[in-house]
Ligand binder design. Sequence first.
Ligand code: MD3
Ligand code: FE
Length: 205
Amino acid sequence: MRTELAPGLIYLPGFYDRAAQAALLADIRAVMAEAPLFTPRMPRTGQPFSVRMTNCGPLGWVSDVQGGYRYQPRHPQTDQPWPAIPASVLKAWEEAGGYQHPPEACLVNLYGPQARMGLHQDRDEADLAAPVVSISLGDTGLFRFGGTSRGGGTKSLKLQSGDVVVIGGASRLAFHGIDRILAGSSTLLGEPGRINLTLRRVTVP
Ligand code: MD3
Ligand code: FE
């Protein structure tokens, strides 16, 4: 199934079946072993995010007080290049993303049962013509999205393990966030929590 929730915001529930989710999770655990999770901090305040992160691909998104939000080719703690994006992850970009150039970054977000992500826009990418492709694993996340200005109305959607969302076109700069995690809704991770992968094109091709 492929539903357009708003112009450019396409929802593909169950894109990955359970076996594919398990394979994807094994690939992401290998990424996390090589590129350990870190806690990003807000640029001005230094306040930690409740979500821990890592990346794979030529570029990774990081945030700290010293440098602000940015993409960089190396892990902020190990100073090693990010691992490659697994083929299992690239499949969603190729089959659902509909963009002719490869992604450069795959941001991995790990939500514990209490983690959330406030409403924000993704605008650190120079190529805003490319979509963002999101993959959800583990516990269901209560996703909220609105329009391109902070004031307007919002809608909610439960993102379940295996779901893919493609965000492009008129929705590329939409405000969005994760209100809460429904702990215990999935057995995939073997513990409460949720992993979200976002594939991004950063530079203009
Ligand atoms: C709508 N992640 O990493 S993914 C993020 O579930 C982020 O971890 C959320 O927001 C998560 O930046 C949401 C779905 C998503 C991603 C990018 C979007 C929705 C979007 C960009 C514009 C509009
Ligand atoms: Fe985002």
